[in-house]
Design a protein around this ligand. Structure first.
Ligand code: HEM
Length: 468
């Protein structure tokens, strides 16, 4: 009663089939949801997927209401989330209540303590940029999507676990391959497995169950080995990476709480892994594609860099304020091809009201950023790649409340400083040293994304021409 408008519910499936049909027709779930919202003329769309009540909100006011109200802080507790958390519902991304509050604040504090947002982070980023550029030097045509994930994961890993992952280990574990496949295999509402968990017994491959079990096993083995090594090498004064600080806290609490445990540490590392590296590398992948397609903008970025930094000077994250144009180009590429158009789903723990509609307790709430990132009302010409829209007449950055690629509120991305640091230093160091050219200028790659949980460009090749 008084549920938000949306397609009618069929027995057993609810509105699953129409969502599936629309996703096929429009190529992605976020586009399908937007089309359905338009059809029902409502920024709050009501669905029932299998037995699960699911609403999808779009538009500034409703998004803000969901992201900033405590009523919607929780995550769904469906089968997909159970699989995602290795059956524990622990970690940060999918945990809730006091466990989430304690662990999130510990992670935020200690990411800062181990150097995120500071010169140590810059140093690690520079090391990996240099490694990546060395690899580029050996290739005539470069597929940057093959190099970026390895670079990003190593920066993240060296801060979390004082370790680089050797390239043969990376390939052996097929980590990149499996995580990439995973993000393409599931949609944000949790996919068919959430709605009909029993389907895994009949269609283990097709439902994605076998894939995620495989991913879980590989990741768990990989992370456990690292955690066990840390335990063996731990001493009181070791606080130089995240895992050591967590173990120190564990020893301090000496089993007094259930929050600091090996299981929780495993799940936090898993969250950083899954949340941190594909997001950052896909964003950079798009950035370099857009630079290749917009030679005029690339040239302007290079002119800005040449004017603001001397040749041998190392560019730091804090230097971003000196080059607002480059910040604007990065923001525009995040807006123009946002890799995460659906923010992680939420759940209300009691009956609530949004926009006058009644939302039953334990409804899954999806948040679609795509309409506001592409709204003609907000941006005028959203389908044009135009970084200047982020600058005022004095060349200073403009703040747009609708532009929230890292989310908003208490569950806002906790790796945003790390991600922004990587985006800025990779963009500036690569473009000050190289010009990115198309391999065939009469046959340019498309910017249309490969659909999935996280979007990415289709693989493309470029030529990197040294500038000096
Ligand atoms: C360009 C890169 C990235 C983008 C676009 C991005 C985007 C987001 C967004 C939109 C959320 C909010 C989800 C919500 O409100 O429910 C989020 C949460 C999160 N992000 Fe990121 N992220 C990025 C990089 C990272 C990195 C590098 C890390 C780890 C170091 C990370 C770890 C997390 C975690 C753990 C959460 C869950 C927070 C919580 O539920 O309390 N992210 N991210």
């Amino acid at each position: 009663k008084n549920y938000p408008p949306g397609p009618s519910w069929k027995p057993f499936l609810g509105s699953l089939q129409i969502l599936k049909d629309y996703s096929k027709k429009y190529g992605s779930q976020h586009l399908a949801l937007h089309e359905l919202s338009k059809k029902w003329n409502s920024e709050i769309l009501g669905l029932k997927l299998g037995h699960e009540y699911v609403i999808c909100v779009e538009g500034r006011d409703y998004i803000k209401e969901v992201l900033t109200s405590e009523l919607y802080d929780q995550r769904p507790t469906n089968f997909f989330v159970k699989l995602r958390t290795l059956g524990t519902f622990k970690g940060i991304t999918c945990s809730e209540g006091p466990l989430w509050v304690e662990q999130r604040s510990f992670a935020v504090r200690h990411l800062r303590n181990i150097g995120v947002g500071k010169s140590l982070m810059d140093l690690k980023i520079h090391e990996e940029v240099e490694n990546m550029l060395r690899a580029i030097e050996t290739q005539k045509e470069v597929q940057i999507s093959k190099l970026l994930p390895f670079a990003i994961i190593n920066i993240l890993w060296s801060l979390l676990a004082s370790n680089r992952i050797e390239s043969d280990q990376f390939e052996q574990n097929q980590l990149l391959n499996i995580i990439g496949k995973r993000s393409k295999a599931f949609d944000t509402s949790g996919g068919i497995l959430s709605h009909f968990p029993w389907i895994r017994h009949i269609l283990p491959e097709k439902s994605g169950y076998a894939l995620i079990k495989n991913l879980n096993k590989e990741l768990k083995e990989f992370l456990l080995e690292m955690i066990n090594n840390h335990h063996s090498n731990w001493t009181k004064d070791k606080n130089d990476d995240f895992v050591y600080t967590f173990i120190t806290e564990m020893k301090k609490q000496n089993g007094k709480t259930t929050s600091f445990t090996d299981e929780q540490l495993l799940l936090v590392c898993l969250d950083f892994f899954i949340g941190g590296f594909t997001t950052t590398s896909n964003t950079l992948d798009y950035f370099f594609l857009l630079m290749m397609l917009h030679q005029d903008i690339q040239k302007k970025v290079q002119e800005n860099l040449d004017a603001s930094f001397s040749r041998g000077q190392r560019i730091e994250y804090q230097d971003r304020h000196k080059v607002p144009y480059i910040e604007a180009v990065i923001k525009e590429s995040q807006r123009f091809r946002n890799i995460s158009p659906m923010i992680g789903p939420r759940r209300n723990t009691r009956e609530t009201k949004i926009g006058g509609y009644t939302i039953p307790k334990d409804t899954t709430i999806l948040i679609n950023l795509h309409p506001s990132f592409t709204s003609t009302e907000i941006w005028g010409d959203p389908e044009t790649f135009r970084p200047e829209r982020f600058l005022d007449s004095n060349g200073e950055l403009i703040f747009y409340p609708d532009f929230i690629p890292f989310g908003l509120g208490k569950r806002k991305c906790l790796g945003d400083t790390f991600a922004r640091g990587c985006l800025f230093i990779f963009a500036t160091e690569v473009l000050r040293n190289y010009t990115i050219l198309p391999v065939d200028k009469d046959n340019l790659p498309s910017t249309e994304p490969v659909p999935g949980l996280l979007l990415s460009p289709r693989p493309y090749y470029t030529k990197f021409v040294k500038r000096f």
